[in-house]
Design a protein around this ligand. Structure first.
Ligand code: NDP
Ligand code: GDR
Length: 381
């Protein structure tokens, strides 16, 4: 067990929650930065919450924002962290086209604010920094599989902001000898994934559709290909990157790529429904080809009229298309496997099982509550 102190920005997000759990299990004291919000935004970490009145708490939250240098500098000065994991970001690629300036400020300059605070506070030789870099940096395909030496070609305001963050991290390492590193992580998902990212949108919608709580799923480009892993495996890699002797950048990926349409097909199949795709591009639809009644029974899904063969359950809505798309991502994790000894434990099928099961349980619970007269669910309004 260690007695190190870590500071995590973005602690309320998917990765922040899993990384907090991991570091606490290793004996770390974990400080997290959360944003002020008009509603509670700590759902993912509530189980880690410690009453601030107990002596020597090991999980401590601070209000803060990546757009506020003074706030970040004060927190870093107070915490004196051995390690900083900079996970905070406006992380939605499509939304970054709507909020490009804010995205640049939080995701790009936010990283600079942290690096500069560490340097100015005299912590350059003490504090190790992990920057949450991304496979979105590769953007328009230059070569596959994408490795640490593949050229970048960002395709969104998000990716351009992250490109600045990537290079400023490298620059502070080279200029000031700081232990500042980039994890270039490919897409990673989990039951804690934000609801508007494609995998979670699919697992939530599929669960609702089989339960008869939603008619259809509206999607954008279902031919995009992504290298999807499980967030639990990827936070292990973040930790390992900061435990190395020398600061280096690493690609973290599974090396397997899958189309969005295949993720859809597999998710419904797991829930006992075979989907067939017909038509092309914006006119494509997904219909129920067959249902596996035994499977539905096994999962406790009542078989109703909504699960008839030929029913349209998927449509394309061009509003989900992006002005510039990243069509193909497939990572080469050779370096991280060799140097970090890292290897993903979850396959895509295991990931889908984890996510679809969690969402099915979630909506079965809602359905039960509703049946018993508790709570009004907004999808009935
Ligand atoms: P999430 O969107 O789930 O979490 C983002 C976190 O950042 C949330 O805690 C959010 O707070 C916080 N945040 C957003 N803006 C600010 C701000 N201005 N100041 C302070 N905090 C802020 O992302 P993930 O957990 O999936 O990803 C973690 C990081 O890794 C992100 O930087 C993302 O860009 C990057 N990344 C993610 C990949 C993935 O596949 N998940 C792959 C590669 C990189 P709140 O809860 O209040 O919204
Ligand atoms: P991505 O993830 O953009 O790769 O960024 P997302 O799940 O949003 O999209 C993946 C692919 O699916 C296509 N797609 C849709 N996407 C969404 N969200 N909604 C839809 O309805 C839909 N239909 C098709 C997209 O066009 C895209 O090709 C994620 C984020 O976590 C980033 O922060 C991170 O850096 C990268 O992964 C690696």
């Amino acid at each position: 067990m260690t007695n190190k102190v870590a500071l995590i920005t973005g602690v309320t997000g998917q990765d922040g929650a899993y990384l907090s759990e991991l570091l606490l299990s290793k004996g770390y004291t974990v400080h997290g930065i959360k944003r002020r919000s008009s509603m509670f935004n700590t759902d993912r970490i509530d189980h880690l919450y410690e009453d601030p009145h107990v002596e020597n708490p090991r999980f401590i939250l601070h209000y803060g924002d990546l757009t506020d240098s003074m706030n970040l500098t004060r927190i870093i000065q107070e915490v004196q962290p051995d390690e900083i994991y900079n996970l905070a970001a406006m992380s939605h690629v499509k939304v970054s086209f709507d909020e490009p300036e804010y995205t640049a400020n939080a995701d790009g300059i936010g990283t600079l604010r942290i690096l500069e605070a560490v340097r100015l506070l005299g912590l350059a030789q003490k504090t190790r920094i992990y920057q949450a870099s991304t496979s979105e940096l590769y953007g328009l395909v230059q070569a596959v599989p994408q490795s640490e030496s593949t050229p970048f070609y960002p395709r969104s305001p998000y990716a351009v902001a992250k490109l600045y963050a990537y290079w400023i991290t490298v620059n502070y390492r080279e200029a000031y000898g700081m232990f500042a590193t980039n994890g270039i992580l490919f897409n990673h998902e989990s039951p804690l994934r934000g609801e508007t990212f494609v995998t979670r949108k699919i697992t939530r919608a599929a669960a609702k559709i089989v339960l008869g709580l939603q008619d259809a799923l509206y999607m954008g480009n279902i031919d995009a290909q992504r290298d999807w892993g499980h967030a639990k495996d990827y936070v292990e890699a973040m930790y390992l990157i900061l435990q190395q002797e020398t600061p280096e950048d690493f690609v973290i990926a599974t090396g397997v790529t899958t189309r969005v349409r295949e993720f859809i097909r597999k998710t419904f199949a797991f829930l006992g429904v075979e989907v067939a795709f017909t038509g092309t591009e914006a006119n494509e639809v997904g219909t129920i080809a067959s249902i596996d009644t035994l499977r539905l029974q096994e999962l406790g899904i009542p078989i109703g009229d909504h699960l008839k063969e030929g029913t349209v359950i998927l449509k394309i809505d061009p509003r989900y298309y992006r002005p510039t798309e990243v069509e193909l991502l497939i990572g080469d994790p050779t370096k991280s496997m060799e140097k970090l000894g890292w290897k993903p434990k979850h396959t895509l099928d295991m990931l889908i099982e984890d996510m679809a099961t969690a969402d099915l349980r979630l909506f079965q619970k809602d359905q039960l509550l509703l049946k018993e007269g508790f709570g009004v669910l907004n999808y009935y309004e």
